[in-house]
Ligand binder design. Structure first.
Ligand code: AVI
Length: 313
């Protein structure tokens, strides 16, 4: 079976599983087909969605200090690399970097982003790794002189479950031992700000969420009435997270591969959690995997932070 066919089969079996359980819940990775990835790019530009521009401003203002934490001759590994826009603010300040190693599951996008980056930094050794970084993967050998360091921006960690978060810390503490990790996190704040960020006036986040169902129709031939579902996003204060759901507006049937799934009015398919953190709480979670807290950079409103975490040898 080729890669596309096996990805399609995994989507189908995960969706069957999601629809069979109560409460119904599916992994947010299924947002990101071509259309979903474009919608996410648009979300990052929305006036209400502050994380991307806040993190970029921190990188612009403090990239030199962050690069200094990484040290000379560093091998910089970016997890889930995407368009490679943010990392430029580190690369520009790194002292004779050994190599840049972006790790991403989407090979075609990764390679075209690397080609663009290479034009801006012709002398930089770029060694892309096409892999799911949450699964066991190989990296190029460690640098002889500098340290191996990591970069995980965007508060992407916020979309992980607590178990996945701990697994990520365990994996990176090992992979980056003797180096460190620079990680972006979205902070706990006024729920009204969070609500606006995930319920934008232009309806882009709604389209992003609903694209998961549209994708099931396009790719898997799922049969349902798209008008029967609505985007729902709210702050769950006890769990300190935004939850996104697809809300069934009435009693209806969703058919996948000839199997009928009944939705009651008001029933949801839970599509994403986006955890929000306190700095101390996040550092405590990382410490359980052995990371030691280092410098922290936060914007004036206290909405977003980049944290340096040292990984002991
Ligand atoms: C990718 N991730 C960090 C985004 C977030 O804010 O949790 C995904 C997103 N979902 C809705 N808007 C943006």
């Amino acid at each position: 079976m080729n890669q596309a066919a096996s990805a399609k089969q995994r989507f189908a079996s995960d969706l069957h599983l999601a629809l069979s359980q109560r409460p119904r819940s599916v992994a947010p990775k299924y947002f990101y087909d071509e259309i979903g990835s474009q919608l996410f790019e648009q979300i990052c530009e929305l006036p209400e969605y502050y994380p991307t521009r806040t993190e970029l401003a921190l990188l612009r203002a403090h990239g030199a200090e962050m690069a200094a934490c990484m040290g000379p001759h560093a091998q910089l590994v970016e997890y889930g690399a995407g368009a490679l826009r943010k990392v430029r603010h580190l690369i520009a300040h790194l002292d004779e970097p050994h190599a840049f190693v972006p790790v991403d599951i989407s090979g075609a996008h990764l390679l075209s982003a690397c080609a663009e980056l290479q034009q801006a930094y012709p002398a930089l050794a770029i060694k892309p790794v096409v892999a799911d970084f949450t699964q066991p993967h190989d990296l190029p050998p460690r640098p002889a002189r500098g340290r191996r360091v990591g970069f995980f921006p965007g508060s992407s960690i916020g979309n992980f479950s607590p178990a996945e978060t701990q697994a990520f810390f365990q994996m990176t503490a090992q992979e980056l031992r003797g180096g460190g990790l620079l990680i972006g996190i979205d902070l706990i704040k006024d729920p009204a700000v969070l609500h606006a960020a995930y319920n934008d006036a232009a309806g882009v986040t709604a389209a992003f969420n609903l694209n998961l169902l549209a994708r099931a129709r396009r790719e898997l031939g799922a049969e349902f009435d798209p008008a029967g579902f609505e985007h729902s996003a709210f702050y769950n204060a006890p769990q300190q997270r935004i939850e996104m759901h697809l809300l069934s507006l009435r009693e209806q049937r969703f058919r996948l591969d000839g199997v009928d799934y009944e939705f009651a009015a008001g029933e949801t398919l839970h599509t994403e959690n986006s955890h929000k953190y306190s700095i101390a709480g996040f550092q405590a979670q990382a410490a359980r995997a052995g990371f030691r807290a280092g410098p922290v950079w936060t914007d004036a409103r206290g909405w977003f932070s980049l944290l340096w975490l040292e990984a002991p040898a």
